[in-house]
Unconditional design. Structure first.
Length: 188
C-alpha cells in the first residue's frame, strides 16, 4: 500500500505514524516524481568534502544525513562544526548513524554529546542489539525489543540539504576517506 500525501499534509501524516504502532505498509509514501538537473562525480574526500560542506552551509530549512561512519577527527570535526552552526541558526538537522560504524555511545561519545546539545536529532541503528533504546540518542528512551532491526546494519551514506541537494556515495565522515588511505595497517 502506498499512501499519497501532499507536501502540505506530510507533517500531519508523519505525526500520525509516530503516535502509535503502525504496519510497515503504512510507512510507504508517494512523492511527485523529480529529476536531477545535474550530476557530478567526486573521488576522494578532498574532492567532495568541501562542496558537501558548502551545501550544508547553504541550508535554510533542513539537513538529513545517514552515515555508517561518522567519527571524530579532522573531517568529523569539520562536519560537526557545520551542523552545530546550522542548528544554531534554526535549521533542522537530523543524523542517522550505525552503532557499529560510528560508536556514538562509546569512543565517539564526546562528539555526539556536542552534536545533540544544540538540538541535532541523532538516531542510532543498533542492528546487533536484541534490546535497544528507542528514540534519539540522548533521549533516554526505554529499551525495547529490536527483533525487526537485528542484522539490518545500515551501511548507506547520503546527505540531503533542503530536500533538493543530495549526496550519495561510499565514503563516511572519517579522516581516512580524505585521501583514500586504508583504515587497516598491514605488516610486511
Amino acid at each position: 500500500m502506498t499512501v499519497a500525501v501532499s507536501n502540505d499534509g506530510l507533517r500531519e501524516h508523519a505525526e500520525r505514524l509516530v503516535a502509535q504502532p503502525v504496519g510497515r505498509s503504512a510507512l510507504a509514501l508517494a512523492f511527485a516524481e523529480s529529476r536531477a538537473t545535474s550530476v557530478e562525480v567526486h573521488v576522494e574526500g578532498r574532492n567532495f568534502y568541501p562542496p558537501m560542506l558548502e551545501d550544508i552551509a547553504s541550508a535554510s530549512a533542513s539537513i538529513h544525513i545517514n552515515q555508517f561512519g561518522f567519527r571524530p577527527g579532522v573531517v568529523g570535526e569539520a562536519f560537526a562544526e557545520a551542523l552545530i552552526a546550522k542548528a544554531a541558526e534554526g535549521v533542522r538537522v537530523r543524523l542517522v548513524v550505525d552503532k557499529n560504524g560510528t560508536d556514538p555511545e562509546g569512543g565517539s561519545r564526546a562528539l555526539y554529546e556536542r552534536l545533540t546539545a544544540p538540538g541535532i536529532e541523532v538516531c542510532v541503528v543498533r542492528a546487533t542489539k536484541v534490546r535497544s533504546a528507542a528514540g534519539p540518542l540522548g533521549g533516554n528512551g526505554a529499551a525495547r525489543w529490536n527483533v525487526a532491526g537485528l542484522g539490518h546494519i545500515d551501511h548507506r551514506k547520503f546527505v540531503v540539504v533542503d530536500g533538493r541537494i543530495g549526496w550519495v556515495g561510499g565514503a563516511g565522515v572519517e579522516d581516512h576517506f580524505q585521501d583514500g588511505r586504508s583504515t587497516t595497517s598491514s605488516s610486511a
